[in-house]
Write a protein that binds this ligand. Structure first.
Ligand SMILES: [Ca+2]
Ligand SMILES: [Ca+2]
Length: 308
């Protein structure tokens, strides 16, 4: 072999080694941690509940199958009502709390969220551990999920968890929440009132957020709490008003571009029209809002089988 060929071969080997090494490193650093969920019990609705020990979240296993997503004759963004099939997945029983998010911040040396300045609720993030975290951006929510070995729910997963397979209007059924039993929504926030709120006054007892998981009447067909109201919840999808019109033609596909991320479920800050389970809106993923938090989700994985 000529000296020139030896050098060329050496260069090829070095380049191969370099890229080979990089590929290995790339794969290792990008291997997302997936939480191992431990089976706890079957819940009141008969669905399997698991625990994620990293953040203490209770997770409900939603069975595979089809449901009807969207609604006709309401807002244009919800049309058309169309069938979507989803494999099994887990979704949080509750919204992520201040205490859970604090553990994430402490372990990852992340800054605490800004104070939402709820009147009479000083130092909300520290003093109200069982309340939903707010003032977290979509990016913050994604970072939390990665730390917990989870991900945000897709918009479809969120809506199926709220509506079940019978196209109900709210997680609990068809009744508008006029008597305050079902969820924490707005009529008594001092600084935000639609006219309809005056007509639909109901005493849910909370001017701002409420502790997660206290509205027993409002649980979803699978046993999730606060899918209607309390705080809006970040989903993984980009928001576009005509997403369903495009997606209905070819089953459901997650959008991969846009300006805003989907938030769902309404909040203490909005009237009952926005807590309808098919109501959808988008928000800027860079910012935290005083009315928006999130819950986690995960694929069904082999390590998360019942009894593991
Ligand atoms: Ca309220
Ligand atoms: Ca909520």
């Amino acid at each position: 072999m000529k000296k020139r060929d030896v050098i060329a071969l050496a260069v090829v080997l070095i380049i191969s080694l370099y890229f080979g090494l990089n590929i290995r490193i790339f794969k290792n650093t990008n291997k997302a941690k997936i939480a191992e969920l431990k089976f706890q019990e079957n819940n009141l609705k008969g669905y399997e509940e698991y625990i994620n020990e990293t953040d203490g979240s209770a997770m409900i296993l939603i069975p595979k199958g089809s449901f009807m997503m969207g609604e006709d004759g309401k807002e244009i963004e919800e049309e058309p009502k169309h069938e979507v099939y989803l494999e099994e997945y887990y979704i949080g029983k509750y919204e992520v709390t201040n205490a859970q998010y604090k553990k994430f911040c402490d372990e990852t040396k992340r800054k605490y969220p800004k104070d939402p300045e709820f009147k009479g609720m000083e130092n909300y993030f520290i003093n109200y551990p069982d309340y939903p975290v707010v003032m977290v951006s979509w990016h913050d929510a994604v970072s939390y999920c990665e730390w917990a070995g989870m991900r945000l729910p897709t918009e479809a997963e969120w809506e199926k968890a709220a509506r079940g397979d019978d196209s109900r209007k709210y997680p609990w059924g068809e009744n508008d929440p006029s008597d305050g039993r079902y969820c924490n929504y707005s009529f008594n926030t001092s600084d935000y009132d639609y006219e309809e709120n005056y007509i639909n006054r109901a005493d849910d007892g909370y001017e701002y957020t409420s502790p997660v998981g206290i509205f027993e009447w409002g649980i979803s067909p699978y046993g999730c709490y606060d899918l209607a109201g309390n705080v809006w919840e970040w989903c993984s999808d980009w928001f576009s008003w005509d997403a369903y019109r495009r997606e209905a033609k070819d089953n459901y596909k997650e959008n991969n571009n846009g300006e805003y991320k989907v938030i769902r479920g309404g909040s203490f800050y909005y009237s009952f029209s926005s807590i309808r389970s098919s109501f959808r809106v988008g928000a800027d993923p860079q910012f935290g809002f005083l009315h928006t938090g999130f819950r986690t989700a995960s694929d069904k994985t082999p390590t998360n089988k019942k009894g593991n």
